[in-house]
Design a protein around this ligand. Structure first.
Ligand code: SF4
Length: 177
């Protein structure tokens, strides 16, 4: 991990990145490439260093190794000073500013705006699972190609089954009056 995170507005448009994503999607070739890289510490280090440089410049990537970008309009949630992966905190300004860095725009506001413009607003309803902090510094591309991130977020909003809320029976409520 490097310095404390600051919100970062991606340098490339979401329109372009959703298209680039299709080229990077797991395939037989990418699976082979990932394995080939992992069989040599030198190759893996060079590849991971290159990934870090590219993604740091474009997204402010901090190399958590478990990339959420495809579900966040390509705004990196790890640049949120609170590193929230499931939406903004309660301190977002009415103008969309970050509570910690008021001169900057909240990462999650940026994520929503970018995803919505590309018809991906529903992605923001998916629940991001907690990340494995032992994987910081790993190549998220290799992990993606090796299907290690397949369950990084839920496939729906996780709200199909309503939580059970206990309510006293009407008769019991009446007896309490
Ligand atoms: S790998 Fe992690 S830190 Fe890097 S861009 Fe993706 S979510 Fe952000």
């Amino acid at each position: 991990m490097d310095t404390w995170p600051q919100p970062k507005r991606p340098r490339l448009t979401a329109w372009l990145l959703y298209r680039v994503q299709r080229l990077l999607a797991p395939s037989a070739f990418h699976g082979w490439l990932g394995k080939w890289l992992e069989t040599s510490a030198v190759r893996y280090r060079i590849f991971t260093g290159t990934e870090k440089s590219i993604k740091k410049e474009i997204f402010g990537c901090r190399m958590c190794g478990q990339c959420a970008l495809p579900a966040t309009g390509y705004a990196c949630p790890m640049t949120c000073p609170k590193q929230l992966r499931n939406g903004p905190c309660g301190g977002v300004g009415g103008d969309g500013s970050c509570e910690v860095h008021p001169s900057m725009r909240c990462v999650w506001v940026v994520a929503y705006e970018r995803a919505e413009r590309q018809g991906h607003a529903a992605d923001l309803q998916l629940l991001q699972r907690p990340i494995d902090h032992r994987r910081w510094g790993e190549s998220s591309w290799v992990n993606y190609w090796q299907h290690r991130d397949d369950d990084l977020w839920t496939s729906d909003d996780g709200l199909d089954t309503a939580p059970v809320i206990w309510r006293p029976e009407p008769a019991l409520r009446a007896g309490r009056r």
